[in-house]
Ligand binder design. Sequence first.
Ligand code: GTP
Ligand code: MG
Length: 287
Amino acid sequence: MSWDWDDVREGWARAERAVQIPAGQPLVDMRPMRRFSPRRVRVPIAITGHSGSGKTTLYEALTGRLASNSHATSKSQTVEKHRTYIRTANGAVRAEAHVPPGQFSNQRRFALDAMMEENRRYPAGVIHAVSWGFNTVWPDELQGAADGIRTEGDPINLATVTKRNRREELKNFEDICERLKKAWNGRRDVWLIIAVAKCDLYWPQLDEVRDYYIPGSPGGDSDFAYLLRELVDRVGTSNLKRVAVVPFSCRLDTYRFGLDVSTPPVMDSSQTSALVNHLLSVIGEVL
Ligand SMILES: Nc1nc2c(ncn2[C@@H]2O[C@H](COP(=O)(O)OP(=O)(O)OP(=O)(O)O)[C@@H](O)[C@H]2O)c(=O)[nH]1
Ligand SMILES: [Mg+2]
């Protein structure tokens, strides 16, 4: 039996509709656990994704800390570990979220090995952030990225930068898929949410974006959708509690690639609040 991708597409459409309604109070509340709790942490969650795709920011937004933190983040060097309380309509859940850095590095590899190879409990769920090629290329990688684009004979513009970034994003996802196939081998009730982040920067292209990230589109699977389908088939539909692919945005920063490229957000803060609340609801449903 294969996964019901039409159902995933319907979930995407629900997120799209959510931005048309003024954001109210979220139904699910996620708060950092400040005090040490001797009780065993229950749900291990990994927040993965390519460098600059928005993982650190996404976690801050989900836990309500973004409003008080208006400065942009910088490249994470090591794994960020958080303990959090998640209150849903069905009660409270204790979770531990690990956010490994996205950049291929020893730190990233150590963090992923520790999570997915050495710890049999990890991860019960994964939130994987992608960003349609709008991932931030940090200053120390800018020159190499620009040289790579020019080597292919292309000029530096938004189209060539995002195309290059999507290729890098794909390599990152391929690595995560291989790791998850091993970590989830023989596991049940695992779940995967693909958060298609920073959608405030490309909202008018959303149908094309959906067809790139969700398998089973009329034009055939993209390279990304193919990897996702293969992962889900390998883990086994009966072992997966939920697969969701949803548009997400949580802050309204202009996207920049060096001095050559910049593009502003095209959404407003009430729409991004609705998307944060929507992702919280999806998390509440899988716990
Ligand atoms: N427009 C827009 N920009 C965002 C959004 N989320 C994050 N950003 C920007 O993207 C930058 C990178 O986000 P991070 O959360 O640091 O990315 P990361 O995935 O943690 O990156 P690494 O630590 O390198 O793995 C931030 O500094 C913000 O400027 C969003 O929803 N919309
Ligand atoms: Mg980070």
